[in-house]
Design a protein around this ligand. Structure first.
Ligand SMILES: Cc1ncc(C[n+]2csc(CCOP(=O)(O)OP(=O)(O)O)c2C)c(N)n1
Ligand SMILES: [Mg+2]
Length: 587
């Protein structure tokens, strides 16, 4: 019976109030919600405690279950899916070790503010404490509770009658404020039990809030500032505010610096772009901050953590005035006393600012920094060793490899996923981004093994782009098992291994500090990644010379629509620009 308070026309509203009642299985409620939100993939692994979900998936052909080789990979895939699609990712695990395997990936999403719905099948309480398989309570441990601090919301669902309230609350957290994972630990027999509900369409509020009063004050501050610089962090990308930022910067004619995680948050081809700051900083942002008497920094979606502040660089003195706009109120003013905080969604805030500037015809000509920016761009190369970028030497220099990748993929719009290791510094310093290219990393928790898995999720989340993943050999072997997942489902990702046969960043930094490398940082028997990939069904090529990755080759490979791996034999003795990180480890 439908006794709708509102008319059906309201379908597109965020919240539709209805008294319609439906009776369906718990698994059906969950999958119907995913279908409605067009979340078409679940990443994970089945087991005895998820069979109810597995069975119901037969009725949802539009939702594909991606069987991953390890739940850690599944969690990273869900993260990559969420980042590339702008939706939330879903992870399904069974009880015990399957759940704990997902832990690192879930923390990583938590640290990066990525919405993930983690569902685990749990041991039914009727079998608790009597030695049921994977029942950690039997040996006195509540394994699910270890996730409590790694998620924004956690519920153990012991009975079908509480499922609906918890599910609704979890959904709200997926869409509200600073995002992150939510965790529903559902006793396995509940998936197939029926519930009657009348809030099938009760959704969530959207995230597009902003603070008009504080935002108005931003304009007053800018009117009184003599100059200003924008630092764009990951929040710009999370709120998909790249276009609004470009309009804003162009209205004010002030320079933009990006952080490592925020790298593709601003058009790298704009005349206002100075380069990357933070881990592996470019030269121009450093020089600009060093030499110009900056008065106001507009920090957009950056927490000024170790990586994004270049180890809390002295280049941003405590005396600067900081306007910090962020969805997360807790990080506003964390580092600088002179912070004027604006809590809200960056895209919405910038839209409002742009509108006000245009409509009120406020004149910000006094901020016009174009001539100064030009001077810096003419006087400085933006990289420490520009010759490495064009070097023809063998073994191939990593910067040259990055140039080859840039040139080879330039006919396409690309999503790049980056791992943790020297590649953070290499890419932040040398990788160029075309307008529309996206860069995704996991620097919140900085776990090795991220990129290959996340890229698989990313390619499924946004098939309109070409997906590339970069990882060192150490990180590539850590979760390289997921190449099998890519081949199994024909997910077209270009996996690029920077093979130096060692944990390069640890090797080089310990050598720089102690005069010799740490024990256990080299592979005595190098990994043959071509054979490894081929054994898992992925086509692979060994790249030994500059120019081997080129436009014609790539355009041919893209047509195949399959995963491809490049094992790149890079110069292992060329150190990435990790100066700041070495100084930090030294302390
Ligand atoms: C799960 C995890 N373990 C350990 C580390 C510490 N760590 C950071 S980078 C790195 C070495 C990376 O080696 P590789 O992937 O080969 O990259 P390279 O620096 O050699 O290019 C290590 C051990 C980490 N970040 N994450
Ligand atoms: Mg390595």
């Amino acid at each position: 019976m439908l006794i709708s308070t509102f008319q059906p026309k309201l379908d597109n509203l965020e919240i539709r109030i209805t008294n319609e009642e439906t009776t369906e299985k718990v698994a059906t409620v969950i999958l119907s919600f995913l279908k409605k939100e067009k979340v078409n993939f679940i990443f994970g692994m089945h087991g005895g405690y998820t069979v109810g979900m597995g069975e119901e998936l037969h009725n949802f052909p539009e939702i594909q279950f991606i069987h991953c080789q390890h739940e850690g990979g599944a969690a990273f895939m869900a993260d990559g899916y969420a980042k590339a699609s702008g939706k939330f990712g879903v992870v399904l695990t069974t009880a015990g070790p399957s759940l704990t395997n997902a832990f690192t990936g879930i923390i990583s999403s938590f640290a990066d503010g990525i919405p993930i719905l983690l569902i685990s099948g749990a041991v039914p309480h009727s079998k608790a404490l009597i030695g049921a398989i994977q029942d950690t309570a039997s040996f006195g441990m509540d394994v699910a509770s270890s996730f409590k601090e790694a998620v924004r919301f956690h519920a153990d669902i012991h009975n079908k009658d509480t499922f609906l309230q918890y599910f609704r609350e979890a959904i709200r957290y997926l869409y509200r404020g600073k995002k992150g994972p939510v965790f529903l630990n559902i006793e396995s027999d509940i998936f197939s039990q029926e519930v009657t509900h009348n809030f099938k369409y009760l959704r969530h509020s959207n995230n597009k809030f902003f603070d008009a009063e504080s935002t108005d004050f931003v304009l007053d501050v800018l009117k009184k500032s003599h100059n200003a610089v924008i630092v764009a962090g990951n929040g710009v990308k999370l709120s998909k505010a790249q276009d609004e930022l470009e309009v804003f910067a162009n209205l004010l004619k002030i320079p933009v610096i990006v952080t490592p995680k925020g790298k593709s948050g601003f058009n790298n081809e704009s005349e206002l772009f100075l380069g990357s700051f933070g881990a592996g900083s470019n030269i121009i942002p450093d020089e600009y901050l060093k030499q110009e008497p900056i008065e106001t920094i507009i920090a957009l979606g950056t927490s000024f953590n170790e990586y994004s502040s270049d180890t809390w660089s002295k280049l941003i003195p405590k005396t600067y005035r900081i306007i910090q706009i962020d969805i997360d109120p807790y990080i506003i003013g964390r580092l600088f006393a002179n912070t004027y905080g604006v809590h809200g969604d960056i895209k919405t805030t910038l839209n409002y600012l742009n509108d006000r500037i245009k409509k009120s015809e406020l004149d910000f000509e006094h901020l016009n920094s174009l001539p100064i920016i030009k001077k810096y761009r003419n006087n400085f190369a933006n990289t420490i060793n520009p010759e490495l970028y064009t070097s023809d030497k063998v073994p191939i220099k990593t910067p040259r490899l990055l140039k080859d990748v840039y040139d080879a993929f330039c006919d396409h719009i690309v999503n790049i996923f980056n791992d943790n290791g020297s590649c953070i510094f290499w890419l932040n310093h040398y990788m160029k981004f075309r307008k529309g290219w996206n860069f995704y990393s996991s620097l919140g928790f900085s776990s090795m093994g991220y990129a290959f898995s996340a890229a698989i999720g990313g390619a499924l989340g946004d098939p309109s782009k070409v997906t590339i993943a970069f990882a060192g050999d150490g990180a590539a072997i850590m979760n390289g098992n997921e190449l099998k997942t890519a081949s199994e489902y024909d997910v077209p990702v270009f996996f690029i291994v920077l093979n130096d046969s060692r944990l390069g960043i640890v090797y080089h930094s310990t050598k720089a500090i102690y005069g010799r490398e740490s024990v256990g940082t080299e592979f005595k028997k190098p990994i043959d990644f071509v054979k490894f990939a081929e054994s898992l069904g992925v086509e692979a090529y060994r790249i030994e010379k500059p120019g081997e990755i080129n436009r014609d080759f790539i355009n041919e490979l893209i047509k195949k629509g399959k995963p491809i791996l490049f094992e790149c034999m890079v110069d292992r003795d060329e150190m990435a620009p990790y100066a700041g990180r070495i100084n930090q480890v030294k302390k």
